[in-house]
Write a protein that binds this ligand. Structure first.
Ligand code: FMN
Length: 211
């Protein structure tokens, strides 16, 4: 089993962590319907958040903010997202059926996270750079999760980005949402992935010899 820095010691995963390149290639977005109901321990979640906290940020602003929802706590996120959806539709409150469905959906994954960006006051950076840093943190978290056999999905639908969601979940006045995520152990095979060739996305400027 590879040695991990002490802050990243795995306390609850059943399998040895995947190495970095395997986790990169095999990280896959999983669907809610593909998850086992198994819980993810708090120690494991702390390991994943600690990994995310090592993302880079311009000016060391560390603008990533997370809210974690497990167990009954998932209901807080469900009610918040249903209310944000109602506001988007010009209603003041969610209708009971939407609320019920949202709560049901939240119970399909053992862990949900809300992801926000809180731009630093000083040094002041362009918002997009702060958002890029948060995206780095999310990817780090998803790779660490994959390494421990945990699937993930990042969702950025309108309710997850709505200002009501940020305020209701207690993020600061300066913060704005970057979506929600869920985590869970997949029930069966990992979904397979596909990418167009990287060569189509890269131009090289180099010595004629190619070295
Ligand atoms: C910034 C971001 C936002 C995303 N938002 C959604 C979303 O709202 N709904 C969704 O179904 N998938 C969303 N995804 C997941 C992508 O659909 C998924 O990453 C893509 O299909 C590639 O699959 P893979 O993650 O298994 O490689 C998002 C991914 C990223 C990076």
């Amino acid at each position: 089993m590879p040695t991990l820095p002490s802050a990243l010691t795995v306390s609850s995963s059943e399998l040895p962590p995947l190495d970095l390149f395997a986790a990169i290639h095999e990280r896959r977005t999983v669907d809610l319907a593909q998850l086992r109901p198994d819980l993810i321990s708090k120690a494991t979640l702390e390991t994943l958040l600690e990994a995310a906290n090592w993302a880079p940020s311009h000016g060391q602003t560390e603008p990533w903010r997370f809210a974690v929802f497990t167990g009954e706590g998932r209901g807080v996120l469900a009610t918040t997202l249903a209310t944000s959806l109602a506001l988007i539709k010009g209603q003041t409150q969610p209708d009971p059926e939407t609320l019920r469905l949202e709560h049901e959906r939240k119970r399909l994954a053992p862990v949900w996270l809300a992801v926000a960006v809180e731009p630093a006051e000083k040094p002041s950076m362009p918002l997009h750079e702060e958002q890029w840093a948060v995206a780095c943190a999310v990817q780090t978290l998803m790779l660490a999760a994959r390494s421990l056999g945990i699937g993930s999905k990042w969702i950025s639908n309108p309710p997850s980005l709505h200002p009501n969601t940020a305020r209701s979940l207690g993020f600061s006045e300066r913060a704005s949402m970057m979506g929600v995520m869920f985590l869970g152990y997949p029930a069966g095979e990992w979904p397979s992935g596909k990418r167009r060739p990287v060569a189509d996305k890269v131009r090289w400027f180099e010595d004629e010899s190619g070295v």
